[in-house]
Design a protein around this ligand. Structure first.
Ligand code: PSU
Ligand code: MN
Length: 323
């Protein structure tokens, strides 16, 4: 089978390729959060969120740069993934990151969209599902995101189940996240992960984290560790057993920024009504809900989202150094 970097439309950054060849730590990062998850303007209230946050930059660029910075500080090489002019780039340069961030109308690319987008010279950000495809192509084993997609509320009326779940079931990658986005049906999402055979391991939590809100005490996990390094050991065992699925490592949003569940639900209800009134559908649902929530909450959901993203990048770097 030809290796990924021999495909004419796949390019691995030389630093990422060198790290992979030497077997030093690499952490993959997604870009749908940049193109479709965060505001494209500077957000001064995020000034104090982290010492690696550049407040003068638009929030989506500041986030991508802060994620990479955090991964490097943790001793790993970041590989931010996107499709630029039809090329699947694994490890964007600073210039490519700028190009993607400044693009007037970038696509939101899931796993199913990749080949078509590469064929038509498109540019877009990669969802969790598509980033897992990139990880598989380059044999990257650790990936950090915010909250994965999952089973949407009202799935019995409209079968909206994120392709992230199927992707987690077929790539040998550890995905570090704060559970699934709380805009979803979380019990159904956890059941789906169970059906797909994806181990869900809590780090410092016995319960499934609710993205921006504290973990849900009604959603127990069967496995939990209190040391990030243990995740690497569990994944090695999982793969030694011959399993081809990923491992989902979940940790709570940092407490200082987490949003009480009842407060979140209040904003969610209003957001859901707006989405229904405006007939938002398919891949547009998640970006619509996230931006509407940020508006309604006066930026509180955005702050929690950024805090947990950086927290996950830090943990992913730590895990990657133990692989
Ligand atoms: N996590 C965040 N913000 C985001 C996303 C995740 O904190 O914007 C993105 C991820 O790229 C994820 C996608 O894969 O939302 C899920 O979209 P959908 O529900 O349409 O599959
Ligand atoms: Mn969807």
């Amino acid at each position: 089978m030809p290796h990924a970097n021999t495909h004419k439309h796949i390019r691995i950054h030389k630093d990422v390729a060198a790290a992979l060849a030497k077997g030093t730590p690499v952490v993959a990062l997604e870009t749908a959060v940049l193109t479709h998850g965060l505001p494209r303007h500077a957000v001064p209230t995020l000034r104090d969120i982290s010492n690696v946050w550049n407040e003068t930059l638009p929030a989506h660029v500041a986030l991508a740069m802060a994620m990479e910075h955090t991964v490097r500080d943790g001793g790993a090489t970041p590989a931010t993934c996107a499709v630029i002019d039809g090329e699947l780039v694994i490890g964007l340069t600073a210039q490519e990151l700028e190009t993607l961030a400044a693009h007037a109308n970038p696509m939101k690319l899931s796993a199913r969209d990749l080949a078509g987008a590469m064929h038509s010279a498109a540019t877009g950000g990669l969802t969790v599902a598509a980033t897992l495809s990139a990880c598989a192509a380059a044999e990257i084993r650790v990936f950090a995101t915010g909250g994965i997609g999952g089973v949407h509320r009202g799935w019995n009326n409209s079968l909206d189940i994120s392709a992230d779940l199927a992707a987690l079931a077929r790539a040998r990658v550890i995905t570090v996240c704060a559970g699934a986005k709380s805009i979803l049906d979380l019990p159904a999402t956890l059941e789906a992960l169970d059906s797909l055979g994806v181990p869900v391991i809590g780090i410092h939590t016995q319960h499934f984290p609710c993205f921006l809100s504290p973990p849900d005490a009604t959603l127990s996990l069967t496995s939990s560790v209190d040391n990030a390094a243990d995740i690497a050991a569990i994944a090695r065992t999982h793969w030694a057993l011959g399993h081809h699925s990923g491992v989902l490592a979940v940790q709570a949003c940092p407490a200082a920024h987490a949003i009480a569940r009842d407060e979140f639900e209040m904003w969610y209800d209003a957001t859901e009504v707006a989405a229904r009134t405006q007939s938002v559908k398919g891949p547009d649902v998640t970006p619509f809900l996230l931006s509407h929530l940020a508006q309604l909450s006066g930026g509180k959901t955005l702050r929690a989202n950024v805090a947990l993203l950086l927290h996950n990048a830090r943990t992913a770097a730590e895990i990657s150094t133990k692989m």
